[in-house]
Write a protein that binds this ligand. Structure first.
Ligand code: SF4
Ligand code: SF4
Length: 421
């Protein structure tokens, strides 16, 4: 919606008066921050010494509130309530993608976010490289995204989920060249990529172009496990600002086992486990913004609290994280982030659902609860239905040996009481 259309809505205008003041202050350089405030404001970081600033907390649109827990449909009324609250607190970076919510996340931008003044928020979207089959697909999908989001430019735009194979497709279909032209036309303000692979592949991609930013998976568990430290250092050395995804590793670091939680509570009784993980990512100076896929208003409020007057970790707190991590590692949880890239399984196995249930059991120790829910899955959905075709293996950005983990779960189910088969 353009500003004139927006201003026609007197009712909406009244509710959003503070936001229009924010927009009016947006500078010609495209910065959308200001001294506008309604309550606490999250800390902002400056982009490469320019006047452009981003909130340290970004709104990931991968896990929006749903109308029904099993389906992808978004509760648009609740999403609007959360977006409004986010904007009031200065959380004005929103990150969507072609595949999020089965395509409905971009539609949510068009239906909800686009109601707000365009110069009150930053929008990041991504080219789904894995969906490309020929060069013409790039322009088709680009136009589709603009139409779905009901906007005429993206503030931040990424080549989505690059890895060794997809980088070959990027070159083959001249994706970067197409997007660079859009950037010259002003339809993309900052051009970057998101990444899931080894640091050696990142070196190649980072060196190939003059990227404005990059998005990587970074949290205290993955710092060494997923080699996020090396990835962060490669980007920092090249002067490429970092946007962080999966700071809570799909929520796992917000719901730790009792032993790890006790470590955090002993150090800071009022701080949540999630706040420790966010502070770990935010303590890195080349991190520009940290995405959180917030499903509930309470998540948003808690995160606003963490990022208001943001405080970097000190040495004592880093040692606390090390102790909590050692306690968490003992659970044997599977490092699944519930991204669902491995779905659908041709045999019907409910991969992320099974891993989520299993991890919950490993963290809580509640086998009977796990068993009760697991037994409600159909025969096709269970771990035992895996035929080891390997179709899921290449799709998992975490490089989890999915058939092996399913066999491990099935073996444990067969060993323990309560099995139906
Ligand atoms: S290996 Fe198993 S889980 Fe993976 S796609 Fe094949 S049948 Fe499904
Ligand atoms: S198994 Fe891998 S691809 Fe599937 S949901 Fe988990 S992290 Fe994502």
């Amino acid at each position: 919606m353009n500003r004139r259309d927006f201003l026609k809505s007197a009712l909406t205008l009244a509710a959003l008066a503070p936001l229009t003041r924010l927009a009016a202050k947006a500078g010609a350089d495209g910065d959308k921050s200001s001294d506008f405030s309604k309550g606490a404001q999250v800390t902002r970081r400056r982009y490469k010494g320019t006047s452009l600033t981003l909130p340290m907390l970004g709104f990931g649109m991968m896990r929006l509130p749903r109308r029904n827990p099993q389906g992808p449909e978004i509760d648009l009324a609740e999403a609007e309530r959360m977006f409004r609250r986010a904007l009031e607190a200065g959380v004005n970076y929103f990150d969507t993608a072609y595949f999020y919510h089965n395509g409905l996340s971009e539609k949510c931008v068009g239906a909800v976010l686009a109601k707000f003044p365009r110069d009150s928020f930053y929008l990041a979207d991504k080219m789904p490289v894995r969906a490309l089959r020929k060069a013409e697909d790039v322009e088709r999908i680009w136009n589709e995204q603009l139409a779905k989001c009901k906007i005429d430019y993206f503030d931040f735009y990424l080549l989505h989920n690059l890895n060794r194979d997809r980088w070959e497709d990027v070159k083959r279909f001249k994706v970067w060249e197409f997007l660079r032209e859009r950037q010259k036309e002003g339809k993309i303000r900052k051009l970057g990529f998101s990444f899931h692979d080894e640091p050696e592949v990142l070196e190649t991609i980072a060196a190939a172009h003059d990227w404005d930013f990059a998005q990587i998976q970074l949290n205290y568990l993955d710092w060494t496990l997923y080699r996020s430290k090396e990835q962060y250092e490669i980007l920092t050395k090249r002067g490429i600002p970092v946007i962080v995804m999966e700071p809570l590793r799909g929520g796992a670091l917000a719901n730790l086992n009792d032993e790890a939680t006790k470590v955090f509570k002993a150090a800071a009784p009022n701080a949540s486990s999630a706040s420790w993980a966010f502070r770990f990512a935010g303590s890195l100076p080349n991190v520009l913004c940290i995405l959180s896929g917030m499903t509930k208003m309470e998540h948003l409020e808690e995160n606003i609290g963490t990022f208001t007057n943001f405080k970097a970790l000190d040495d004592r707190e880093r040692a606390v994280i090390e102790s909590a991590l050692a306690a968490y590692r003992k659970t044997g949880a599977i490092p699944c982030t519930a991204c669902r890239y491995c779905t659908p399984c041709p045999a019907g196995v409910a991969i992320p659902r099974i891993f989520g249930l299993f991890n919950h059991y490993k963290v809580t120790g509640n086998y009977m609860q796990f068993r009760m829910i697991y037994d409600k899955l159909s025969e096709d959905e269970r771990a035992s239905a895996c035929v080891e075709c390997g179709a899921c293996l290449k799709k998992c950005p975490q490089k989890i040996d999915i058939p092996k983990q399913l066999a491990r779960i099935d073996a444990e189910l067969k060993r323990r009481p309560g099995r139906r088969r």
